[in-house]
Structures are given as C-alpha cells and as structure tokens.
Design a protein around this ligand. Structure first.
Ligand code: UD1
Ligand code: CA
Length: 452
C-alpha cells in the first residue's frame, strides 16, 4: 500500500571547494544546474510534495527552485548542523504530508528515477528505512553500511566514527534514503550530535528506527550513479558520466554517432531516428532534430529546431530561434539566428542569416549577409519562396524580397524587391579591348630598358 510521498532535496551546502561565486548546486551538468537535475528526478519519481532545503542567503538557489519546480516549498536551514538537522528544516512539509519521505542531495545529479523508485518500493515491501548503497572503489570518507549475514541493514557508521573492522566495509551510503515511519519527526528528533563530527547525522535514523521495532533495507546501485560533486574535477566527471549515458541512449533510439565521445548533448536534446551525427558536434540546451537528418562535423547548436531530412555543416552554427524546415541545406561557415527556413531552402556557404525568414526552396548564395542591426535596433529580412539571392549580397533590413525574385551577385539591397523581379545594385562593367596586351608589352619594354 503506497502512501503520499514527500521528496526532500538537501541543497544547503556552499561547496567551498568549487572556488566559485556560484553556489555549488547551481553549477551545470549537460546545460542544466545540478539542482535542476535533482528536481527533475523528484518530478520523475512522482512524489506528492517537494521540499528543498537551502542555506541562509541562498537567493539564487531559491530562484532556481522557483524556475524549475515552481510548486516546491523552499526551507532555510539556518546553520549547517548536519543532514538530520537539514531534513528537519522541512519540518512543516513533513507534518503536512503525513506519508513517506525520500531524501535526495542536490549535489548528486546522476541518479536515475528507476533507482529511486526501487528504493521507495522497499517501503512497500515492509522496510521502514531504505538506504541507497553502492560498492565503493575507494570507501574513503563515506558512511559504511553495516549489515547482517542475511543482508539486513543494522546501522550506518560514518567513517570518522568507525572501528577499523567497520572501515574495511566497502558497501557505502550514497546519502539517499527513504522513510516510512509512524512518527518521522520523533525519529529525526531523537537523533543527537554525540559523534566525531558533532553533527546531527540523518544516518542515525537507521538504528533509532530499528530500536523502535522497525526494519531497514539496502538497495545497491552503481557508484557512477551516486557520484557527489564537491569540486570542478568532480563536476567534469559527472559531466562525462552523464554524456556517456546520453550518447548510449541516443544510439539505442536509432541515431548514428560516428564518434560518440566527441558529441556533446544537453539535458533536453532530442534527435530523431536515422539521423547521422558526424564527430565534434555540440548541442547546447533547446535543440530538437527531426528524423533522417545529416549533421556533418564540427557544428554548434543552441535553441534551434532542425527539421527532418536537413543536411547541415560541416562548421555550421545555429543560434536561438533558428528553425530549419524539412530538407533544408545549411553548409559550411553559415550562422543562423532567429530565422525560419522553409522546406528545401538552401544556404550552403559562408553566410549570416539573422532575424527573418527564408521561404521554401529559396537559394541563398555564398557570402550573403542579413544586415539586421543598425547599432540600436534589430530588423527583419523576409525572403519569399523560390527567391534566388546571388552571392555576396548584403540585405539591409528591414527588407522584403518577393517570391521568385532574383538578386544579382554583389548587390547591397536596401529596398523591397517585387515578386519575380531582378534587382541588381552594382557599377556597370567597363571593358577595354586589347588593353592588357598593350599594357604588358609597354611594361616589359620599360623593364628591359632599365635591366643592365
Ligand atoms: C553524508 C552521509 C554519508 C554518506 C555521504 C555520501 C550523513 C551523516 N552522512 O556524509 O553516510 O556516505 O553523505 O556523500 O548524512 N547538508 C545540508 N545541511 C547540513 C549538512 C549537510 O544541507 O547541515 C547537505 C550538504 O549540502 C550535502 C549533503 O547534505 O549536499 C551531505 O552533507 P555532507 O556534509 O557532505 O555529508 P557527508 O559527510 O558527505
Ligand atoms: Ca558529501
């Protein structure tokens, strides 16, 4: 029988080892704050209520909670007296929810929803406390999970309080715990700080619950999943683990990555099946790719939609608002920002397309620039369906090119062009027959005269 579930996310740590002006939990993995990942995890686990515990003055952290999980309640832990004290900062939420509690850490961003569901599932199987553990390569300062021969969890011993025999245990506490207690506040309130660190240890809840006749259980996951981030080096490890997983997931979904270790994804990247991604492609947040697209090497994308069958790159850049319709071609050294390209439109070489629209099947020649900015305001360039913009054209916005119009190469277009017209803006060509031959003959004679 499942009961209402409250998730408590601990985010009070300052993370001084990050050496940063930014609170630790706001540092990003895959383009999203670690806190954001954990809040999304809480959502995926599907609890009924969410409480986040922050430190005093952590307004930026509270703001991120408001942005990512607006329904979450934020509590301030005034002094960092330990993990049990941190959970008690959310006392009101615990009182209001009257159900199960799961505790997550905002600096541990890689845990999968399925793992937390398994942990909470232990409560349904009769456990009063369920702890997420892992076999540590180097148990170091982790709390040790002390078990009986049958696997029953008897206690969690913090490294600083452990005997040599206890220190030899490799099964460690990830910190993530779930509780089904008749009176959780009584159990948490019974925790004292008589230990090596002088802290109120949440881990003591195991022994207290057992003394009250409760049962404790362990769920074991991989060490990678519970990596906690305390330094920039650990942040990069978390990123590497996240990326490895996300690449594997994409490939499993039918996307070809020629060199997966060189493709960088964001937390929200979506790629359709049978899309091919060549090496060295970076997806910043907000990018969607349709099916059967071809992304050639060395591209950077942010906030863009790439339609099905698009061919883009090598060396293309899409910035926010780039929207490439079906079968669009965007080639090397082309930058697109806030421009919609209709089905089959092409911009194959060396262009800047900023603010506007390009109609279906229009062709943008090499070296075309949308001159969108006058130093004060941004203006739009609108190009009609099937228009042909010759190479090296500057389109000075605001400007509209009608459907099917031609723009001669090298033009600087400052006025609207009607549909099916030719617009040309350049000096007329002056040709002098035989001039080059006469010039060469004269110069050669002059050089010979000086020669000796
Ligand atoms: C804790 C566990 C340990 C486990 C380890 C996993 C306890 C007593 N120990 O130890 O068994 O192996 O995590 O990493 O729980 N926090 C607060 N307020 C506080 C104290 C901590 O919000 O007053 C937050 C921290 O920001 C951090 C988390 O709780 O995100 C863990 O706290 P930390 O002090 O790092 O605990 P550990 O000593 O690592
Ligand atoms: Ca820690």
């Amino acid at each position: 029988m499942s009961r209402p579930l409250l998730t408590v996310v601990l985010a009070a740590g300052k993370g001084t080892r990050m050496r940063s002006d930014l609170p630790k939990v706001l540092h990003a993995v895959a383009g999203r704050s670690m806190l954001g990942h954990v809040l999304a995890l809480a959502e995926a686990v599907g609890g009924d209520a969410l409480a986040v515990v922050v430190g005093p003055g952590m307004d930026a952290v509270a703001k991120e909670v408001g942005r990512v999980a607006p329904k979450a309640a934020v509590f301030v832990q005034e002094a960092q007296l330990g993990t049990a004290d941190a959970v008690l900062a959310a006392r009101e939420a615990i009182q209001a929810n009257k159900g199960d509690i799961v505790v997550l850490y905002a600096d541990t961003p890689l845990i999968e929803a399925a793992t937390v569901k398994t942990l909470v599932g232990e409560l349904d199987r009769g456990a009063n406390v369920a702890v997420l553990g892992f076999e540590a390569r180097d148990p170091g300062s982790y709390g040790r999970l002390l078990t009986e021969a049958d696997g029953t969890l008897t206690a969690i011993r913090e490294a600083k309080d452990a005997s040599p025999a206890e220190l030899a245990v490799r099964l460690c506490n990830s910190g993530v715990m779930a509780f089904r207690l008749d009176d959780p506040l009584a159990v948490l309130g019974a925790i004292d700080n008589k230990n090596a660190k002088g802290e109120f240890y949440l881990t003591d809840a195991v022994e207290i619950a057992r003394a009250r006749g409760g049962r404790a259980a362990v769920v074991v996951c991989s060490e990678d999943e519970v990596l906690g981030v305390n330094s920039r080096a650990e942040l990069s490890q978390a990123e590497a683990i996240w990326q490895r997983r996300a690449r594997a997931r994409l490939m499993a979904e039918g996307v070809t990555l020629i060199a997966p270790e060189t493709v960088w994804l964001s937390y929200d990247t979506v790629v359709g099946r049978d899309t091919l991604i060549e090496p060295n492609v970076f997806f910043a947040p907000g990018v969607t790719v349709g099916e059967g697209a071809e992304i050639l090497a060395n591209c950077h994308f942010a906030g863009a939609r790439i339609g099905p069958g698009v061919r883009i790159g090598p060396f293309a850049r899409l910035r926010p608002g780039a929207d490439l319709g079906r079968n669009v071609h965007v080639g090397n050294f082309v930058e697109v920002k806030n421009v919609t390209l209709g089905e089959g439109a092409k911009a194959n070489h060396l262009s800047y397309l900023g603010d506007g629209s390009v109609g279906a099947r229009a062709n943008i020649g090499a070296g075309t620039i949308f001159c969108n900015y006058d130093g004060f305001f941004k203006h739009k360039t609108e190009i009609g369906e099937g228009a042909f913009v010759g190479s090296n054209t500057s389109l000075v916005a605001p400007v509209k090119i009608g459907r099917g119009a031609y723009i001669g190469s090298g033009s600087i277009i400052t006025k609207d062009v009607a549909a099916d017209a030719l617009a040309l803006e350049r000096g007329s060509q002056d040709e002098r027959p035989g001039w080059a031959l006469k010039f060469r003959t004269m110069m050669a004679r002059r050089k010979a005269a000086q020669g000796k």
